[in-house]
Design a protein around this ligand. Sequence first.
Ligand code: HEC
Length: 109
Amino acid sequence: MNRTPILSATTALLAALCAAPAAAQSGPDALYLRSLAATCANCHGTDGAALAGQSMPRLAGLQSVYISEQLKAFRDGKREATVMHQLAKGYTDEQIAALAAYFAAQPAK
Ligand code: HEC
């Protein structure tokens, strides 16, 4: 029995799986962006639209520059925080820019 087709199919699948995260980081596609932004939803509301009266700050509709500056200030210890300084440490400049653009584009409810 010839096993070569199975081996090459497995190799192709592995190559595709390994390539996927790198591609998503260099140019975030919509799904990648939504899952990145979903990590903020527990506290800031779905798509950053925290409800009025909630103590969490709303992200939806804030200026993109403002959001990325705040995230970098949290990350670099320049803005004091209760939780955001820890969370912001996990994001690269590219991810912060993508998150900022995403939330800036969401309608403020
Ligand atoms: C565990 C809850 C929690 C999660 C998850 C969370 N945040 Fe926050 N965020 C806060 C709190 C609380 C503050 C107020 C500052 C502080 O005390 O940390 C805040 C403040 C902010 C601010 C400043 C808002 C302003 O008006 O100045 C930005 C921007 C922000 N968060 C972005 C994000 C983004 C983007 C994510 C997802 C990557 C995220 N946060 C995830 C709790 C959270």
